[in-house]
Write a protein that binds this ligand. Sequence first.
Ligand SMILES: [Zn+2]
Ligand SMILES: [Zn+2]
Length: 332
Amino acid sequence: MKACLLRSPARIETHPLEFTEVPDPVAHGDQVQVRVAACGVCRTDLHVVEGELPPRKSPVIPGHQVVGRIEKTGEATSRFHIGDRVGVAWLHRTCGVCDFCRSGKENLCDNPTFTGYMEDGGYAEFILAPEAFVYPIPEGLADLHAAPLLCAGIIGFRSLRLSGVEAGGKLGLYGFGAAAHLAIQVARHWNVSVYAMTRDVRHQKLALEMGAVWAGGTVDEPPEKLDAAIVFAPAGEIVPAALQALKKGGTVALGGIHMSPIPPLDYNLLYHERVIRSVANNTRQDGEDFLRLAAEIPIHTETEVFPLRDANRALNSLKNDAIRGAAVLKVE
Ligand SMILES: [Zn+2]
Ligand SMILES: [Zn+2]
């Protein structure tokens, strides 16, 4: 099959992904083989490719927002039929026996594996995944539009939940890329007012088009105090600005897997029971709840489509804030 292979991490400007031929992966046991139709491009892929996340498999095929169809099934599978349309996300497999797995917090599993990082991902024509970690994709969402829901969408949704924002509340979104442009649609559906803080004026414009009541620069103070904020941009210096914008008792949820250092905080910014919390991965329940809601709203995904062979270019655009909405690799 054709795939984009990362042999060793390097700056994306050097085009580290090699578009090449590799053997088709073979499904065994509880695995299904999925023929990839589309794979979303996530900032985490950039962290993998550039080495901010230490290599865990080498070489590796990145990509963890996959939509495709079941092509083959392992001998111990029963859940899907050949041809079923499914999604594969970041959480590749959990141990099922640790305290976290047994208490409904599998996103914090002690021994997880992750798609496109510890196992080969979806920048390829085929991918393997354990059937229990594969999501049926609701009808009505086209392949290219559904792919970014698998990480940007689900993580945005979990971030919204953990921010504690309620109907009628005011929410700040810091960074307005793939995750934020999906999260705003859920927030609007919940009757939440959204304030977008992002450095790129194109992204400010998109936020306003999508129903934000206000948009400004990354550390600009919104015109009203916020009940909650989500930081999607991987920049620690945003955290004090987000706290500054919060009402007493508000929460800042940090949606990224990697962030530059957070500067020292004046305790006054945190006092009055403000909360900073990170968001780590997602449970399968988050994914199922979000995909159902996405079909119900229905969520509209803004996409910029690249052919599989141009994954380096897609990641380069993402790094330079040049993507409106979500970048997606079209594989078929
Ligand atoms: Zn576990
Ligand atoms: Zn992701």
